[in-house]
Each structure stands twice: as C-alpha cells, then as structure tokens.
Design a protein around this ligand. Structure first.
Ligand SMILES: *[C@@H]1O[C@H](CO)[C@@H](O)[C@H](O)[C@H]1NC(C)=O
Ligand SMILES: *[C@@H]1O[C@H](CO)[C@@H](O)[C@H](O)[C@H]1NC(C)=O
Ligand SMILES: *[C@@H]1O[C@H](CO)[C@@H](O)[C@H](O)[C@H]1NC(C)=O
Ligand SMILES: *[C@@H]1O[C@H](CO)[C@@H](O)[C@H](O)[C@H]1NC(C)=O
Ligand SMILES: *[C@@H]1O[C@H](CO)[C@@H](O)[C@H](O)[C@H]1NC(C)=O
Length: 393
C-alpha cells in the first residue's frame, strides 16, 4: 500500500467515524412503518424453491440462473477491493489458486452445491468459496425473539453486512452492501414436495443465516467478534486442522435435519465451530427463545426468555449480553428501548418491524429485515435502504 492509498484510506475512515458520531444517536422509536413503505423500503425479496430431492450439484440451478449477473458482479467487486488493499495481487492469487483446493475438504452436500453454483454461474470455484467464507466472519446484525401475551413467538432480524468493505463517497453507501441486496432471496426448501424449512439468504451462499422450520423453531446467527475469530479457524482448515464445523453449515444442517427446539439448542451449543458466533433460537412454546453465546469450542452462556423474571424477549446484536456494547456501536440500547416501549401486549410483525426500522438499529449496512412467526410458519422479508441522515453502522 503506497502513501497516497494509505492517506485516502485514513481520510475515508475519519469521514465514516464522523458520520457515525453525527448520525449514530437514536431517533424516536419508529411507528407506522408496516406494511413496509417509504424511503427505507427498497422492495420485496423474491421467492425460490430448492428441491432437496435433487442432487446437490443441481439444486441451486434455478436460483443461480436468475442471479448469475448479480453474483458475478459482487464477486468482481470483492476482488477489486482485495486488489486495492493488497496491491501485489497476492490475495487474488490465493483465491484463484489455493481456495479451489479447499472444495474437496468441505463436507457433503456443501462441496457438491458449491461446485454446482460455480458450474451454473460460470464463476471460478475459488470465488464461490470466498463468497461462502465471507459470512463466517463479517456479519453484524440485530436479532430478537419475543413472546406475546398468548404465548405466540415472533423472531425478527436485520442482516447488516459489508462493514469496512468499500465506501462509496458519492452517495454515502457501502459498496458490497449495495451489491448484495439484489442477491437476497427467500428460499423454500422442499423434500418430497413438502416444505422442510424456509430461509432468507443470498444467492450463491449455501449456509444459512436466517430460517424457520414451520411449527418447530426459528433460527438466526449473528457474528461474535473475538480475537480467536473466524480467520484463525479458516486458516487452520486450509492447513489441515479440520475438526470444527463451518458456522453456516451448522445452521443449515440444523434447519434441514433437526426437528425440535431442544435438539436444535443442543446441537448449536455443543458442535465445535470454526468461528465464535451468537445463535438466536426461537421454539414453538412459551419460554422457548434463547441467545446462545458461542466460543469455537462450546457455549459460554444460554440466555432464555423468562416470563417470571419479566423477560418476554431476548435481543442480540454483536456483543455478549452481560457486557456493555462497544461505545461506537450501541444498537442494543435503542432496540431494547423500543421493545420495552412496545410492551409484550403489543408485539407483532408490525411493531417488530417498527423496532427494526429505528436508526441506528436500521443503518447503512442493513440489507434486509426478516420477520418470522413459528406457529403459522410465516416468513416475510424486505430489502432495506437507509438514506441520509443515517448511521454507517
Ligand atoms: C450508490 O451508487 C451506486 C452506483 O455508483 C449504486 O449502484 C448504488 O445502488 C447506490 N446506492 C444507494 C444506496 O443509493
Ligand atoms: C411433486 O409434485 C409434482 C406435481 O405437483 C409431481 O409431478 C412430482 O412427481 C412430485 N414429486 C415428488 C417427489 O413427490
Ligand atoms: C440431512 O440428512 C440427510 C439424510 O441423512 C442427508 O442426506 C443430508 O445431507 C443432510 N443435510 C445436511 C445439510 O447435512
Ligand atoms: C412443537 O415442536 C415439537 C417438536 O417438534 C412438536 O412435537 C410439537 O407438536 C410442536 N408443537 C406445536 C404447538 O406446534
Ligand atoms: C428494558 O426492560 C428490561 C426489563 O425490564 C430492562 O432490564 C432494560 O434495562 C430495559 N432497557 C432499556 C434500554 O430500556
């Protein structure tokens, strides 16, 4: 990196921090945002079906056929970003030459699905693998599970992605965040013509960040920043130490093959992982909602809804719930303030969407908002925008 580049990078960084200080304060809790409308609603997320009876190498063909151009565009943008950071082209070299060797080390059916996505999009396997690694390490979000007064459980989330990945000075937006929005898809995963689970995802990604097994449970994942973080686990994987599971593969496996809240909780708490994470899980009965705080090895803490203690919801951003959030990134206090103001008697899709639309819970990294109701099996998701004035994260 030469001094001109370094200088530009620093200026950009200062400008973003300044924007955060100016616009990071909480606004009044939003009301009347649902059904989604206005400048923060960018559009509906389209639905697709993935048939689990199809061979893994073929099952994403329908999605990829429609989203090929957008997928190639985002991978191109990621490559350009990598090139601008590491001028020698070494990073791109790694993607083209080293990552493809990883394909055969990934577990079935993920290896086959990624191979299929590369074939049908025409993109190099290394790039598709990179696209799939991303979410293991860069996902900042807000998730909440809440119980209403009749024992009905709601699960909502904002998926915030693209932090520090290229800032567009012209219109104050994150480059990768912008490019990901057109890739957002709702997927109905079917086996023998019946829905097994539904998910909001990004075309080209085979793990899961947001999903519901109708009548059984709902699940979202948030990134947990830690020094023993995602990079370490992924490098270990490349070097041959492969006893941990990829976070996105675990969530996908749980959604696809686990049939109850209790079993999901056990697997999410006990399976060894490549990266630390928060799993936010909702069940189908009163009291079944929790945030599982994970290290790579085990669960540090399981924090549950407890009506007797007045805890009718659990809410997680990207910090351990027993500690204060990072001072420059407190989305938790505003989100909890608005949940408290809503009260248990009035929680619904409508009011949860209001909470998730209040800045800075909604910010310039927010790609989509998903709302799930386990009892009806309903999953709704909406693309988001956050026009100025708005916090960069
Ligand atoms: C910002 O501008 C780019 C093109 O330069 C465009 O692709 C993107 O959608 C814009 N983002 C927003 C949030 O308006
Ligand atoms: C699914 O339903 C379609 C028609 O609705 C039928 O043609 C197909 O054979 C069914 N597939 C399975 C696996 O049951
Ligand atoms: C779920 O279980 C089926 C049957 O054992 C298996 O074929 C499939 O690969 C599993 N899915 C995942 C994502 O592991
Ligand atoms: C809740 O989930 C369990 C385990 O899958 C299931 O046996 C039960 O019928 C479900 N209850 C409701 C009300 O859907
Ligand atoms: C919300 O209410 C809970 C439970 O009464 C309380 O512990 C928490 O401090 C409140 N948070 C905010 C931000 O109002």
């Amino acid at each position: 990196m030469n001094s001109h580049r370094l200088c530009c990078a620093l200026w950009t960084f200062y400008a973003i921090i300044l924007t955060r200080c100016l616009h990071g304060q909480t606004e009044e809790c939003r009301t009347g945002m649902y059904p989604p409308n206005g400048p923060t609603f960018k559009g509906d997320v389209p639905w697709y079906t993935v048939d689990l009876n199809e061979p893994p190498v073929k099952r994403w063909n329908g999605v990829v056929k429609d989203k090929k151009n957008e997928l190639v565009a985002v991978m191109q943008a990621i490559k350009e970003l990598a090139n601008s950071l590491v001028h020698s082209g070494r990073l791109v070299d790694l993607v083209d030459n080293v990552l493809p060797l990883m394909l055969d080390t990934l577990p079935y059916p993920f290896n086959e699905e990624i191979r299929g996505i590369a074939i049908s999009s025409g993109a190099p396997v290394g790039e598709v693998i990179l696209f799939n690694i991303f979410y293991e390490v860069f996902t900042v979000c807000t998730s909440v599970v809440a119980e209403d007064t009749s024992g009905n459980l709601y699960h909502g989330r904002n998926l915030d992605f693209g932090l520090l990945m290229g800032w567009n000075h012209k219109n104050h937006s994150w480059i990768i965040t912008d490019k990901l929005k057109p890739l957002a898809v709702n997927v109905d995963f079917k086996r023998n013509n019946a829905t097994v689970f539904k998910s909001t995802s990004f075309a080209g990604y085979v793990g899961m960040l947001t999903g519901i097994r109708p009548k059984q449970f709902t699940l979202t994942m948030n990134e947990r920043f830690n020094f023993d973080g995602g990079y370490v686990g992924i490098f270990e994987w490349i070097l041959g130490k492969r006893d941990g599971m990829w976070m996105g593969f675990l969530t996908r496996t749980v959604l696809e093959n686990v049939t109850s809240y209790e079993d999901a909780k056990t697997q999410l708490a006990l399976t060894k992982l490549l990266a630390p994470a928060y799993f936010i899980l909702g069940g189908n009965q009163t009291g079944q909602g929790c945030v599982i705080t994970r290290t790579r090895i085990n669960a540090l803490d399981v924090w549950e809804i407890d009506l007797k203690l007045g805890r009718w919801y659990v809410l997680e951003t990207n910090y351990d719930h027993w500690e204060e959030p990072f001072i420059l990134d407190d989305r938790r206090t505003p989100a909890m303030k608005c949940m408290n103001k809503t009260t248990q008697a009035y929680i619904s899709f409508k009011t949860m969407y209001d909470v998730l639309s209040t800045k800075p819970v909604l910010n310039k990294l927010t790609t989509y908002t998903t709302l799930m109701e386990v009892s009806s099996g309903k999953l709704e998701s909406f693309l988001r925008d956050c026009p100025d004035p708005c916090s960069p994260w």
